[in-house]
Design a binder for this molecule. Structure first.
Ligand SMILES: [Zn+2]
Length: 351
């Protein structure tokens, strides 16, 4: 895919967008820039867009011009003669790839004033490759610049970090994710809200779910599981104490389905994730006392109001603590059935 012009890239927070816009107005790009952010937040899209902007001699704060001889060299596949992209193959970046870059770097740029090397998932450089890269960063060939992406900066060698300017992408507010989805995917409002609420502010992830939904009659399994979770949470406002064990069971079943969402997710991690969503649910229930507070689960305002009306605020605060403790116990070695049953009994006990 061709790179997006910078103005079309969704960048949060706003302070990062301003800093990058400023960098684009300077005569030359930073020597090495690291883009950090969680999966699905748009690191790759941003890095490509920045590379395109800095290669373009006619760039503006909006990004590359798209028309000059340099911009015309972009292929539909997103390749450019003055850009080299390294990415894990399949699960690490090896030294041969870095050596290849060093051989490439003896040549002057083909059409652009500079050349860029983009290292995607730079935390997956193996140790030998990381050391080779470090040498290159320490003595960069003239007119060569580096862009790196990683989920977190502390996954990289300190020596590499110290050579990079770091840009940290953050989560988008739920309402903004929903607005972006609405603009690009014709899906029912309730579905858009559910995806936005579960996206953790990662627009890329939200778009992937939305596109998967459009392409088939079956919701992605993970989204199904999340909807089931919300169904359990929504009943906490009216269920009676006798329902506690059944709700705990349904909660565990929904988490089981969540487990399939990521190949490396264990049963315990899936339960912990389910409890994190429950924490969010109770945070929303607490926020109900402020009429204009933004809610993560906006589409479930009625169910949240029920919960808020049934349990007084101090009680909900204690329940929130209990959920956090339960999550900790699950990640320790506690018995999942026991922990969740105790938790739901507690959540349904009216003081
Ligand atoms: Zn251009």
């Amino acid at each position: 895919m061709r790179p997006l012009p910078f103005r079309e890239v969704v960048v949060a927070p706003e302070s990062v967008r301003r800093a990058l816009t400023q960098m684009l107005t300077r005569p030359s790009p930073p020597q090495s820039l690291l883009v950090v952010g969680m999966a699905g937040v748009g690191k790759r899209t941003l890095a490509r867009s920045l590379a395109a902007a800095w290669l373009c001699p006619q760039r503006t704060p909006d990004g590359h011009c798209g028309a000059c001889p340099v911009c015309q060299k972009w292929s539909d596949a997103g390749e450019h003669p003055d850009l080299r992209i390294l990415r894990p193959d399949p699960d690490q970046i090896k030294i041969d790839a870095v050596r290849g870059v060093r051989q490439w770097a003896v040549f002057a740029p083909t059409v652009a004033p500079v050349r860029f090397v983009l290292l995607e998932e730079a935390h997956l450089l193996n140790p030998a490759a990381a050391n080779a890269l470090l040498k290159t960063l320490e003595e960069p060939p003239p007119r060569y610049h580096f862009l790196l992406t990683a989920p977190a900066s502390d996954l990289l060698l300190q020596t590499i970090l110290s050579r990079c300017r770091i840009v940290r992408l953050g989560a988008l507010p739920t309402a903004q994710v929903a607005a972006h989805l609405q603009a690009r995917c014709p899906l029912p409002e309730a579905t858009v809200q559910a995806i936005a609420a579960f996206s953790d502010g990662a627009l890329g992830r939200a778009i992937r779910w939305a596109e998967a939904l459009q392409g088939s009659d079956n919701a992605p399994r993970e989204l199904d599981a999340l909807q089931a979770l919300l169904g359990v949470f929504a009943r906490l406002g009216q269920a009676s104490l006798e329902d506690a064990l059944r709700l705990a069971h349904e909660f565990r079943e929904a988490c089981k389905a969540l487990e399939g969402g990521s190949p490396s997710r264990s049963a315990r991690a899936a339960l912990a994730l389910g409890l994190e969503y429950l924490v969010q649910w109770y945070r929303d229930a607490l926020a109900m006392q402020y009429p204009d507070a933004p809610l993560r689960f906006e589409a479930h305002r009625d169910a949240l109001r029920q919960l808020a009306q049934r349990f007084a605020a101090p009680e909900r605060t204690h329940d929130l603590q209990a959920i956090i403790q339960a999550r900790r116990a699950i990640l320790g070695n506690a018995n999942p059935q026991l922990v969740t049953e105790n938790l739901f009994v507690r959540l349904l006990t009216v003081a």
